[in-house]
Design a protein around this ligand. Structure first.
Ligand SMILES: Cc1cc2nc3c(=O)[nH]c(=O)nc-3n(C[C@H](O)[C@H](O)[C@H](O)COP(=O)(O)OP(=O)(O)OC[C@H]3O[C@@H](n4cnc5c(N)ncnc54)[C@H](O)[C@@H]3O)c2cc1C
Length: 303
């Protein structure tokens, strides 16, 4: 990592919020549901489908989780009434996991009940490692109640992921596989990029050979090419897996994959709780902050 990137990462916690918002706006559809719908419609014209995420996490008060549930119910109505090619992604700690597991389960159940009535799929995002066991247990229980309606996420960087992939493959669970954005201790997670890449491919092979539907969530071209080789070796059709990418990241790769006939889903976050998500994205790619800062200093943009 360059010294400049390290400096930007170190500065993020003390960077004023308006500046973070300015640099991170490419990753967020906007503050309102209308912004999210407009973005999903634009992506649909490009041939992409979407997963809509109401920004928010780590809620400590029941009423905040309740507000998030209501927002998701509104998203579901919009997806169904406007026939958007979209599903939803939600975070357990946004649903109250840190308050009580049962409370969180009840909140997600409310969303799943409506989603299954409307035929919309629900993805439960994976957060940092203290939540992994509880999230997988919750998903196991809810997947049994809503077969085909709910999917989980595995993070390749976690040492436990191969075992989790094997267990999910037995039940043919719908899995999004990603590298994992949360910084974890070496005791439980790989730290080196090449090892994480290899672990990603191993987990992907287990899941695809187990006939799971996998959302391959990456912008890493090496992983894309490994995925394509694996898909070809297994003789999978285009509707047996999908690529997934984040809004604001590498639209050119997005177009290349769509142009080649692959299903591609874009993660479309929206809402007012944009700060933690944006900081994670900027920490992941300080070059964005660097380019924005240079443009700002040259007077080319206004925050
Ligand atoms: C749809 C989707 C859902 C996700 N859900 C989760 C989840 O539930 N839990 C979780 O822990 N993580 C999640 N992630 C994040 C994921 O774990 C990685 O942190 C992220 O995708 C970057 O890893 P990468 O495989 O793209 O490889 P990287 O090596 O990080 O990136 C490859 C290339 O992509 C580009 N790139 C990557 N990130 C950025 C960025 N922020 N800004 C600009 N360019 C960038 C760069 O050109 C980079 O060289 C999700 C990612 C996606 C795409």
């Amino acid at each position: 990592m360059s010294a400049f990137n390290a400096l930007i990462r170190a500065m993020l916690p003390v960077t004023p919020k308006p500046l973070i918002r300015f640099f991170a706006r490419r990753y967020v559809a906007g503050a309102t549901l209308t912004d999210a719908i407009t973005t999903v419609q634009r992506l649909a014209r490009e041939g992409c489908c979407a997963t809509v995420d109401v920004l928010g996490e780590s809620v400590a008060r029941r009423e905040h989780a309740e507000t998030a549930v209501i927002s998701y119910l509104e998203v579901l109505d919009a997806i169904a009434s406007q026939r958007l090619p979209a599903n939803i992604s939600l975070k357990p700690t946004q649903m109250g996991l840190n308050i009580a597991a049962e409370f969180c389960r009840d909140n997600i159940t409310r969303i799943l009940e409506k989603a299954s009535r409307l035929g919309v799929f629900v993805r439960v995002d994976m957060e940092d490692s203290p939540t992994t066991d509880a999230t997988l247990a919750l998903c196991r229980e809810l997947a049994a109640r809503f077969p085909g309606g709910l999917g989980v996420v595995l993070q390749a960087r976690l040492r436990r992921t191969l075992a989790d992939a094997a267990e999910l493959a037995i039940r043919r669970v719908n899995v999004r596989l990603c590298k994992g954005i949360y910084l974890e201790r070496r005791a439980i997670a790989y730290e080196e990029r090449d090892i994480i890449r290899d672990a990603f491919v191993h987990a992907l092979r287990i899941l695809l050979e187990g006939e799971c539907y996998v959302g391959i969530a990456t912008h890493d071209e090496w992983l894309v090419s490994e995925t394509l080789a694996l898909v070809q070796r297994l003789g999978l059709k285009h509707d047996q897996y999908e690529f997934q990418m984040l809004l604001g990241v590498d639209p050119e790769l997005r177009r290349i994959l769509v142009g080649a006939g692959h299903r591609l889903r874009v993660y479309v976050p929206f809402g007012t709780h944009w700060y933690p998500y944006s900081v994670r994205r900027l920490r992941e790619n300080p070059m964005i902050a660097r380019a924005g800062l240079e443009a700002f200093l040259r007077g080319r943009v206004e925050p």
